[in-house]
Design a protein around this ligand. Structure first.
Ligand SMILES: Cc1ncc(C[n+]2csc(CCOP(=O)(O)OP(=O)(O)O)c2C)c(N)n1
Ligand code: SF4
Ligand SMILES: [Mg+2]
Length: 289
């Protein structure tokens, strides 16, 4: 039986004591254990940032890539071995800023991966510059007079672009977050989970400020109601509705048509596909004298 202990490592943790990233880490490990997944069945993928260090602290398969490039790496992992549970766990700057282009098109491609965004509304690793989710007017270490543009609305963008599971969690509510993670990881197709993760070092508001503004999404919310889900996604200014905003059955996943032919086995277990070698292909273009 898998327990949370199977996911423990001895790697020295670099996060500030009390950082809500610890809450996300605990919720994730608990979820993986509760889903009965062994560490070798999971691959955690990240880019660069404080959040992106999470895979270092979990005993599982890991790919820690370049800043903004977690999504293409995760898609590659998933297509190469769909038997793995591929989970991206990275920051708002990494996934919505530098990697925003990849994420936008991943919504359209629908790979079977879970994307967990540690949304502290700041670039924390580089010491407090505004990120795509920093509220307009908020003063930062770079935007001295306040951020001059509105924040990106990635949850609404996800729904509009065909993402079939969209949720918002709070790092200060480990129980609630674990429930959302369970549903997201079990969902077939891309699942986007934005986790409010106050940065207690560079963020402007303390955890208590967020705690006062966290509200569960209404009990009668129908997660298949697209318009209402978009409304709840956008409704995160004075309060933050927490829970599964949107969930509908997914259409074909990115790997599906390829895997229809070759099955779900890892690539290295497959026999060589019957297709021309590079040399055979080049022969068509090279005129030999
Ligand atoms: C290509 C590239 N551009 C910029 C950086 C500098 N950089 C490292 S982390 C980071 C921002 C991280 O912010 P976020 O993803 O929100 O993570 P956090 O530290 O807030 O958890 C930036 C801009 C980099 N390492 N590589
Ligand atoms: S700087 Fe902020 S996000 Fe980074 S570890 Fe410290 S509290 Fe957490
Ligand atoms: Mg951040």
């Amino acid at each position: 039986m898998t327990t949370i202990d199977n996911y423990r490592t001895n790697v020295e943790n670099q996060w500030c004591p009390g950082c809500p990233n610890f809450g996300i880490q605990t919720a994730l490990k608990r979820t993986l254990a509760e889903l009965g997944l062994a560490p070798h069945e999971v691959c955690l993928v990240s880019g660069i940032g404080q959040a992106a260090k999470l895979p270092h602290y979990v005993r599982a398969n890991v790919f820690n890539g370049l800043h903004g490039r977690a999504i293409p790496a995760a898609i590659g992992v998933h297509v190469a071995n769909p038997a793995l549970k591929t989970i991206v766990t990275s920051g708002d700057g990494d996934l919505y800023g530098e990697g925003g282009n990849h994420l936008l098109h991943a919504f359209r491609r629908n790979p079977d991966i879970t994307v967990v965004v540690h949304d502290n509304r700041i670039y924390a690793l580089t010491k407090g510059q505004g990120s795509p989710t920093t509220p307009r007017g908020e003063k930062t270490r770079l935007q001295f007079d306040g951020v001059e543009i509105d924040p990106a609305q990635m949850l609404a963008t996800a729904i509009v672009h065909g993402c079939t599971f969209v949720a918002r969690g709070f790092a200060g509510d480990i129980e609630g977050l674990a429930e959302i993670l369970q549903r997201g990881i079990a969902h077939r197709g891309l699942a986007l989970i934005d986790v409010i993760q106050p940065c207690i070092t560079w963020g402007r508001q303390p955890i208590a400020w967020y705690r006062e503004r966290i509200v569960p999404i209404p009990e009668d919310h129908d997660p298949t109601d697209r318009d209402r889900a978009i409304g709840l996604a956008l409704d995160a200014v004075d309060s933050f509705p927490i829970g599964v905003l949107y969930e509908i059955p997914s259409g074909p996943t990115f790997a599906a048509s390829y895997r229809d032919r070759v099955g779900n086995r890892p690539l290295h277990e497959l026999e060589r596909l019957d297709r021309p070698t590079i040399e055979e292909k080049l022969d068509r273009f090279i005129v030999r004298t």
